[in-house]
Design a protein around this ligand. Structure first.
Ligand code: FAD
Length: 293
């Protein structure tokens, strides 16, 4: 028993890749190299995040528009409603529509570290309100966030699940999950979604880890738990980046293959603007580069 060595009989899964707007010229070069490297894998879409509090508005817009102009990829723009008026958010959305961007990943966003979230008086209070507002601006395709380990500020797991259902009912067509390392957590969450009457795809967010210490810090902030077995696998690799990367590759490859064996055929990768692990994991999933004709 165990996993088949190859999932050769399965159709190749549908992929999407997430990037973030870099802060420097050098990192911007790295981003475009990453996009170019992943482009032949023909993902369904690639998404570009929106910095905390909307801080990267201009950069997100510039990158998304350039992807639309200069690549064969379909871009999606992340958009948050924290700290902004409805008028401002609608204006950003309208500019996307005018630039030919048809897909928005609609999020609430987070308050500055240390403070509790408060809706902007003239803004969209929560992501569900943002989804409804975006649909009034134009007929965008909309993705929303889901939390297999429950959003840290949710009053209860059930309330969080109902919030997800409301976001989908308001016009979103898919949810992308926060990353998780325990595959059973996601599979249980899928069951809960089905039981709650959610029929939209709940696409697992995959975070290939090559810097464990950084991943631990980041996971703490976003409420993703890091299992003890993962710490043991990375043990002693702090000064050995090459081994660390290979360990990260093994962990992520096992995770996606287990998901695939459980019928999951869509994956969203948090690339962190680095293509190599994502490329290799996609390969393991059966995705091959398409050569341009
Ligand atoms: P919501 O769906 O609005 O939920 C937020 C919280 O409020 C939940 O706990 C929910 O249960 C609760 N809630 C909902 N409605 C109510 C209500 N009426 N009263 C009380 N509580 C309520 N952040 C960025 O800044 N930029 C990005 O580009 C970005 N991209 C992301 C992509 C993905 C796939 C994911 C999973 C997250 C992303 N985030 C991003 C992080 C996100 O902004 C935070 O996780 C944020 O805290 C919640 O956003 P949300 O859209 O899930 O919010």
């Amino acid at each position: 028993s165990g996993l088949p060595m190859r999932n050769a009989d399965l159709p190749a899964p549908k992929l999407s890749f997430e990037f973030f707007p870099p802060r420097t010229e050098a990192l911007e070069q790295q981003l475009w190299a990453c996009i170019k490297r992943l482009e032949p894998l023909a993902p369904r879409f690639v998404s570009v995040t929106y910095g905390a509090g909307g801080s990267t508005q201009a950069r997100t817009h510039a990158i998304v528009s350039r992807i639309a102009r200069e690549t064969g990829l379909v871009p999606a723009a992340h958009l948050t409603c924290v700290g902004a008026t409805r008028v401002d958010v609608d204006a950003v959305a309208r500019r996307y529509w005018e630039a030919g961007i048809r897909h928005i990943v609609a999020l609430r966003g987070d308050p500055p570290p240390g403070s509790a979230y408060e809706p902007h008086p003239g803004g969209y209070p929560y992501a569900v309100d943002l989804v409804a507002g975006l649909k009034m601006v134009a007929d965008f395709e909309i993705s929303v966030a889901a939390y297999p380990e429950v959003h840290p500020a949710a009053s209860s797991p059930m309330a969080d699940l109902e919030n997800l259902k409301r976001k989908l009912d308001a016009g979103a067509t898919r949810a992308i999950t926060q990353y998780f390392f325990e595959t059973s957590t996601y599979l249980r969450f899928l069951d809960l979604c089905l039981a709650a009457g959610i029929t939209a795809p709940i696409v697992p967010g995959i975070m290939p880890v090559s810097n464990f210490a950084q991943a631990v810090k980041f996971s703490d902030m976003c409420g993703a738990s890091v299992p003890a077995w993962m710490g043991r696998l990375f043990e002693g690799t702090d000064d050995d980046p090459e081994t660390r990367r290979m360990v990260g590759m093994v962990i992520a490859a096992e995770q996606v293959r287990l998901l695939q064996a459980n019928g999951v055929d869509e994956f969203h990768f948090y690339t962190l603007n680095r293509p190599d692990l994502t490329y290799a994991i996609a390969h393991v999933l059966g995705v091959r580069a398409r050569v341009a004709a």
